[in-house]
Design a protein around this ligand. Structure first.
Ligand SMILES: [Zn+2]
Length: 283
C-alpha cells in the first residue's frame, strides 16, 4: 500500500483476501480430510486397486499439496492485497484490521494508512492496562513450578542412571538427550519465571509512563527514566527496566490476542515516548 487508501477500498480488499484465503485453506485440507475419512470408513483398508504402500503415498502427496497451498501460496497473501503497513510491514488481519478500520492508523507503528479516517492521536490520551486474571496467574505459576520440577527430576534421574549403570553407547546417548531435554525445561521455566512478580502486578501504560500496582502499592515510572527495553520473541514478553526501579516490568500478551494489538501499541509507546529502540532478543 503506497498511497493512503479509503476505508471502503480497504474493506473490499480485506473481503477479497479473506475469500482467497478461505478457498486456499479449503482446497488444501478438504481432499486430505476426505481421504482420511474414507480410510477410517474402510477400517484402514486401501482403496480398491491400490497397494497399502500406494495408499500411504496418496496421503503423503495430499499432505504435501496442503503444505504447498498454505505455506507457498498463502504466504504473503495479505501483502499481495495491499493489507500491510507501508512503514513497518505489519499485516492488517484480525484485530489489527479492526484497529485500522477504527483508527485509520497502523496498530504497530501508528503510521496513518487511511485517508478518510483520522486517528484521534491514539497514543496521547489512551492508557493500556495489563492485568492477569488472578486464577490464570496462579495457574501459570503452578505450571512453571511443575515444569521446573519435572526438568530437575529428569536431569537428576537420568544423570544418576548415566553415572551408575555400565557403559553402553546407546544408553549413554539416550540419557544425554533426555538430560538435555530436562535442562531445556529448566531453562524455559526460569525464563518464563523471571517475570513471576509481573503476573501478580497490574500495569497501566500511557504516554507519561508505567504505573505498577503490586499488593496495593502503586509505583510510577516515567518514560524519561527508561533504562532497558527488550522484547523476547519466543516468550513474547516485553521487558522494561527503569532507573531506580528494583524489579523489571514484564508485559505479556494478557488477552492472548494472536495479533498482540495492545502489546504492539505499547512497543510503539516505548519507542516514541521512551525514545529508546526496543532490543529484540529470542529469550
Ligand atoms: Zn506500521
Amino acid at each position: 500500500m503506497s498511497a493512503l487508501a479509503t476505508s471502503s477500498d480497504l474493506n473490499k480488499r480485506h473481503q477479497a483476501a479473506s475469500r482467497r484465503e478461505r478457498t486456499l485453506v479449503l482446497s488444501a485440507i478438504v481432499p486430505g480430510g476426505l481421504y482420511v475419512i474414507q480410510h477410517l470408513l474402510r477400517k484402514g483398508q486401501p482403496l480398491p486397486g491400490l497397494t497399502p504402500r500406494a495408499d500411504e503415498l496418496v496421503l503423503y502427496v495430499l499432505g504435501a499439496w496442503a503444505a504447498i497451498l498454505i505455506f507457498g501460496f498463502g504466504r504473503g497473501l495479505w501483502k499481495k492485497y495491499g493489507l500491510n503497513c507501508p512503514q513497518c510491514n505489519r499485516e492488517f488481519r484480525g484485530t489489527a484490521f479492526e484497529f485500522v478500520e477504527a483508527q485509520g492508523a497502523c496498530p504497530s507503528c501508528g503510521t496513518q494508512v487511511l485517508s478518510d479516517v483520522v486517528s484521534s492521536n491514539i497514543h496521547s490520551a489512551a492508557e493500556y492496562v495489563f492485568r492477569y486474571p488472578r486464577f490464570r496467574a496462579i495457574f501459570f505459576l503452578i505450571c512453571g513450578v511443575g515444569v521446573a520440577a519435572m526438568g530437575l527430576m529428569v536431569v537428576l534421574g537420568f544423570g544418576s542412571i548415566l553415572l551408575t549403570s555400565p557403559f553402553s553407547a546407546k544408553r549413554t546417548i539416550g540419557c544425554l538427550l533426555l538430560i538435555l531435554l530436562g535442562l531445556a525445561f529448566l531453562t524455559l521455566a526460569t525464563v518464563v519465571g523471571r517475570g513471576w512478580r509481573s503476573l501478580l502486578t497490574e500495569y497501566v501504560v500511557d504516554a507519561n509512563g508505567v504505573t505498577a500496582r503490586y499488593r496495593g502499592v502503586s509505583t510510577f515510572h516515567k518514560w524519561s527514566d527508561l533504562d532497558v527495553a527488550r522484547y523476547a520473541s519466543l516468550t513474547r514478553q516485553l521487558e522494561l527496566r527503569f532507573l531506580g526501579g528494583s524489579t523489571p516490568i514484564v508485559l505479556t500478551n494478557v488477552e492472548l490476542d494472536p495479533d498482540e494489538t495492545n502489546l504492539s501499541i505499547v512497543k510503539n509507546l516505548v519507542e516514541s515516548c521512551g525514545h529508546m529502540p526496543i532490543k529484540r532478543v529470542l529469550l
